[in-house]
Design a protein around this ligand. Structure first.
Ligand code: ADP
Ligand code: ZN
Length: 222
């Protein structure tokens, strides 16, 4: 079975960290709608302008914009052998659209990994989060410091605090997660593709669990 994976979980659950490990280990493209929007903002494109007005407040970018973006990306050649969707779908209409568009191109989702972390811990993580401006690698001021302060271990890029990692925007993001995104877990539970993991443990431990699950899924191939 192809590794067509969806990574879910609230902001701060550690999706970005696990995503970086997964795409390296399994050589599949990382499709992060958040990263795509942030790149568009950096480049000052029309999409970036639209996205920024929602993202900075913690709101979701409208479904039609987001779905169009993913539809184009998933159809690209490098997704033939698998893909890792991170931060999409986030609403029921997005999940429904993904069902249709992935079927159309013969790239249906094979596994949904949901990383769960309690709210208090999410807030602690996001408040101290720093991100590489270049490659998006995540750090934390107390628990995941870079070797050199303010500099990315991986690419040497500068670290910064995301504008939407402030208290007010985070509260809005967590509410969107509860109201818009959580219902997707039921949706995927019914398809039998959902695996729920505890994101409260260390990130290495969590990645071990993910590799053992992905090992089983990709073994179905042989
Ligand atoms: P996090 O999971 O830490 O909140 P992301 O990088 O996944 O961060 O997303 C950042 C922001 O980008 C979201 O708060 C939202 O505004 C926008 N965004 C990302 N993915 C989607 C999506 N699938 N639908 C709507 N908005 C999205
Ligand atoms: Zn970097």
């Amino acid at each position: 079975m192809a590794l067509n994976i969806v990574l879910m979980g609230p902001p701060g659950a550690g999706k970005g960290t696990q995503a970086k490990k997964i795409i390296q280990a399994y050589a599949i493209p990382h499709i992060s709608t958040g990263d795509m929007f942030r790149l568009a903002i950096k480049e000052g494109t029309k999409l970036g302008l639209v996205a920024k007005s929602y993202i900075d407040k913690g709101d979701l970018v409208p479904d039609d914009v987001t779905i169009g973006l993913v539809k184009e990306r998933l159809a690209m050649d490098d997704c033939k052998k698998g893909y890792l969707l991170d931060g999409f779908p986030r609403t029921i209409p997005q999940a429904e659209a993904l069902e249709v568009l992935s079927k159309e191109i013969g790239r249906e989702v094979s596994l949904v990994i949901d990383i769960e972390v309690e709210k208090k811990e999410l807030i602690r993580r996001i408040a101290g989060r720093r991100v590489c401006k270049n490659c998006g690698a995540p750090y934390h001021v107390d628990t995941a410091k870079p070797k050199v302060e303010g500099v990315c271990d991986i690419c040497g890029g500068p670290l910064y605090q995301r504008l939407d990692d402030n208290e007010a925007a985070l509260e809005v993001r967590l509410t969107h997660y509860e109201e818009d995104t959580k219902p997707l877990l039921d949706f995927y539970k019914k398809t039998g593709k959902l695996v729920v993991l505890d994101g409260g443990e260390g990130s290495d431990r969590l990645f071990e669990k993910i590799t053992s699950i992905l090992g089983e899924v990709s073994d179905d191939n042989h």
